[in-house]
Design a protein around this ligand. Structure first.
Ligand code: ACM
Length: 484
C-alpha cells in the first residue's frame, strides 16, 4: 500500500542522499504527498508527478504507478545538487507511463553464481530503472542453483561447479533464500520468474539424478531429459510443484531452447522409439514438442503461465496461457510465426539485447556476431515497431528484455561492466515511446547516472571515458559462439 511506498522513499532517500524525510500531517515546510486513487479494473502503471510551490504531489491509480512516481522523484533527488542537507529540484508536471508491460532482465546464475547480496543490488537498480521482471536462469549445463526438497541432490550435487571449474563447491539458493529475494523484489514491484530449462540444458540435473537423462553428445554430455520415460514427467512435475509454491509470479519458464544441440541419442533410445510409435511422432522435433506440451499441462494445472524460448513457436502450445521469447535475431521467421499465431511475445534478440555481447568494438572478452555487438546506442534505439509487419501486431508484444548469460562473467566486476550503463538504455527502451527518444539528451543525462555508479562502487563501463574501468581479461573454456 501507499505506506510501504512512502517507507521505500524515506529509506532510499536517507540511504542515498543522507536527507531525512519526516512523517508529518500538517506542516508549512516543503512536503511530499502520495495520492493513491484506485481505479478498476485495469489501473495500469502510469502516474502524475507535480512539483510546484514547495510541494511534491505524486498521483496514481495503482500502487505500481505510485511507486514509479516515487522512483522518478528519487531519480531527481539523487542527481540533484545537495547543499547542507537540502536538495534543490526544479518544478515540473510529469505524466508518464511505460511503453511495455514486460520490462525484463534475465540473469544466468547456472554458469556463475553471484549470490543473494548481488541479486538484491541488481533488484535495487532494476527498481531505480523501473524494470519489473527478473527472469532467473537457475538451471543449465554447469549447475543447478535452487533447492528442491523432494530431490535434494539437485542442489547438493547439481549445484557443484561453474562454467570454468566443474569442481567448484556447491552453490545454490535455499528455498528460504528464494523467499527472501522474492519479498525484496516484491517491495520494488518486480516479479521474479524462474527458468527451469528442459528438455535440453539439463546436464546438472542429470548429474544428480542420472536415471532421468536422455543422453547428450560428446560436446554436450547428458544434455537432455528422457522424454521416453513416464517417470520423467512425474519427476519434473514434482519439481515444478515446489517451484510454483515458491514463486508467486505464477509464471514458469521452461526454456525449450537448443534441444537439438544434444538430443542425438533420442534417435536410438528404445523408450523414445517406443514413444514415437505409440504417439505417432515422426522425428525428434515432434518428440520435443510432445514433451513440452505434456510439461505445459503440468504448468497449467499449477495455475501458472508457461514461458518458453522461440524454438517452441510451432509446438502447438496454447496462445492464451503461453508467453514466447524471441531471441534468435537471425531467425526473423520465428518472430513472424509468433505474430501470425498471435502469441504474446517478449523481444530479446541477441542484437542488441544480449548483454553478454560486448558493447565496444575494442572489447575482446564477450560475444560478437560477425563483428556485430550491442553498443548502448543500439539498446537505447531499440524499437519494437521495427520488428512487426502490421500495426496491430504490436499489441502482441508483451515487452522487451535484456539477457545476461554468464559464460564470460566469472565475477561481480564483469557483471557490472556488462550491465552498466546498458541497463539505463534498456529502461529507456522499455519506458519511452519511440517518438520521444533523443539519444543526445539520454547521453547527457547518463553522465549524472555515472556519478551514481561511482558512489555505489560499481565496475561499470564508461562510454565517455573508456579508460576509467578497463575491460578485465576473462578465461575462455572454448569458443563462445557454441550457443548460437
Ligand atoms: C538462448 O540464448 N539459448 C535462449
Amino acid at each position: 500500500n501507499a505506506d510501504n511506498i512512502a517507507w521505500y522513499l524515506k529509506t532510499e532517500v536517507l540511504k542515498t542522499t543522507g536527507i531525512v524525510l519526516h512523517n508529518e500531517e500538517k506542516t508549512n515546510r516543503p512536503a511530499i504527498f502520495l495520492n493513491l486513487k484506485y481505479k478498476k479494473p485495469d489501473p495500469g502503471e502510469s502516474y502524475h508527478l507535480i512539483i510546484e510551490n514547495n510541494l511534491v504531489v505524486i498521483q496514481a491509480s495503482s500502487e505500481k504507478g505510485l511507486f514509479y512516481g516515487v522512483v522518478s522523484l528519487l531519480q531527481m533527488l539523487r542527481t540533484a545538487k545537495i547543499k547542507h542537507g537540502v536538495a534543490e529540484i526544479s518544478g515540473c508536471k510529469i505524466t508518464d507511463a511505460p511503453a511495455y508491460a514486460w520490462r525484463g532482465l534475465m540473469l544466468d546464475e547456472s554458469r556463475h553464481f553471484f549470490g543473494k547480496e548481488k541479486v538484491k543490488e541488481i533488484l535495487d537498480w532494476m527498481a531505480f530503472y523501473k524494470l519489473n521482471r527478473l527472469h532467473w536462469h537457475l538451471t543449465d549445463e554447469p549447475a543447478w542453483r535452487l533447492e528442491i526438497k523432494k530431490y535434494p541432490n539437485l542442489a547438493l550435487i547439481g549445484g557443484i561447479g561453474d562454467y570454468l571449474n566443474e569442481n567448484a563447491p556447491a552453490k545454490y539458493y535455499s528455498q528460504e533464500d528464494i523467499k527472501e529475494i522474492i519479498a525484496y523484489a516484491a517491495n520494488r514491484f518486480i516479479e521474479v520468474i524462474p527458468e527451469i530449462d528442459m528438455p535440453g540444458h539439463a546436464t546438472a540435473a542429470n548429474r544428480a539424478y542420472p536415471e532421468y537423462s536422455g543422453g547428450g553428445t560428446p560436446e554436450h554430455p547428458e544434455f537432455t531429459f528422457n522424454p521416453g520415460l513416464e517417470k520423467t514427467y512425474s519427476y519434473l512435475t514434482d519439481i515444478l510443484k515446489e517451484i510454483s509454491v515458491l514463486f508467486p509470479s505464477q509464471m514458469i519458464h521452461l526454456g525449450g531452447d537448443e534441444v537439438s544441440f544434444g538430443n542425438e541419442k533420442w534417435k536410438t533410445n528404445p523408450d523414445i522409439i517406443s514413444l514415437m510409435n505409440t504417439k505417432n511422432l515422426k522425428d525428434v522435433k515432434e518428440v520435443e514438442d510432445y514433451f513440452m506440451k505434456r510439461m505445459a499441462d503440468s504448468v497449467f494445472r499449477l495455475n501458472s503461465k508457461l514461458l518458453v524460448w522461440d524454438e517452441m513457436a510451432n509446438a502447438g502450445l496454447p496462445t492464451e496461457k503461453t508467453i514466447m521469447f524471441w531471441w534468435r535475431h537471425d531467425q526473423p521467421k520465428q518472430l513472424r510465426t509468433l505474430m501470425e499465431k498471435r502469441y504474446r511475445t517478449v523481444l530479446c534478440p541477441r542484437l542488441p539485447l544480449y548483454f553478454d555481447f560486448v558493447q565496444d568494438s575494442t572489447h575482446r572478452y564477450g560475444r560478437k556476431w560477425n563483428k556485430l555487438y550491442s553498443p548502448i546506442e543500439d539498446v537505447y534505439n531499440f524499437n519494437a515497431a521495427g520488428f512487426v509487419e502490421k500495426e496491430q501486431e504490436l499489441s502482441f508484444i508483451e515487452g522487451i528484455q535484456a539477457n545476461l548469460w554468464t559464460e564470460t562473467v566469472p565475477d561481480r566486476a564483469r557483471l557490472d561492466f556488462l550491465l552498466f550503463p546498458r541497463l539505463a538504455a534498456l529502461a529507456e527502451s522499455a519506458w519511452t515511446k519511440q517518438k520521444n527518444k533523443n539519444l543526445e539528451a539520454f547521453k547527457f543525462r547518463l553522465k549524472s547516472h555515472i556519478n551514481l555508479y561511482n558512489q555505489a562502487g560499481l565496475y561499470y563501463y564508461d562510454p565517455f571515458q573508456p579508460g576509467q574501468h578497463p575491460e578485465t581479461p576473462v578465461k575462455r573454456k572454448k569458443p563462445l559462439n557454441y550457443k548460437d
